[in-house]
Write a protein that binds this ligand. Structure first.
Ligand code: DLZ
Length: 171
């Protein structure tokens, strides 16, 4: 276990994602920030053994659409006999001058949690809710400063593999 930092996710050991099928649904809102997050999730899952052909990527307009799209795509894949083991809805909300941010963040986060509980598979919280564009860039690992920040998509990819294995293994 690393002792170099306090805050953040400790890497899980011994994860083998071979054979897992994972759905990524991402927004086209704030795409320059969303794209590196998607890439971070994909790269991490591949490094843990998930095959690229088992990672299905779909798009929606904005974060408000993430719960509906994730639920619909999980259900249709299950009905077709090719169920997903986990889903990662990915979006970036950046606070503006109206109340949009608060309403969408609240609706999307509750919706994402509900989709996972109702589908009975892990649905990772791939939503950044940032006060500024710079905050969002840093959390996608593409910050403008000397340090580029940390790509949270990598954590989401690892979370999808870890939680899929946990769900398969059971108690
Ligand atoms: C309308 C809107 C606004 C203002 N901001 C964002 C944002 O920062 N990130 C995001 O993903 N989506 C945003 N949207 C779009 C909504 O999520 C949604 O797509 C529209 O309200 C249509 O339902």
């Amino acid at each position: 276990m690393s002792k170099d930092f306090v805050k953040g996710l400790t890497v899980a050991d011994g994860l083998n994602g071979s054979g897992l099928r994972v759905l990524i649904v991402h927004t086209r809102w704030n795409l320059p920030i969303v794209e590196p997050l998607v890439q971070g999730a994909v790269n991490t899952m591949k490094s843990l053994g998930v095959s690229e052909s088992d990672i299905v990527i779909r798009q929606v307009p904005g974060s408000f659409e993430l719960p509906f799209a994730t639920q619909t795509l999980l259900a249709s894949a299950k009905a077709a006999g090719r169920p997903f083991d986990a889903a990662i809805p990915i979006g970036v909300l950046i606070k503006g001058s109206t109340m949009h941010f608060e309403y969408i963040a609240d609706a999307a986060s509750h919706g994402i949690m509900r989709v996972g509980l109702e589908a009975g598979i892990p649905v990772i919280f791939g939503l950044l809710t940032c006060l500024t564009e710079d905050q969002a860039l840093e959390r996608a690992g593409v910050g403008k400063g000397a340090s580029k920040g940390h790509n949270h998509g990598e954590d989401w990819g690892m979370g999808a593999v870890e939680m899929s294995l946990l769900a398969k293994k059971g108690a």
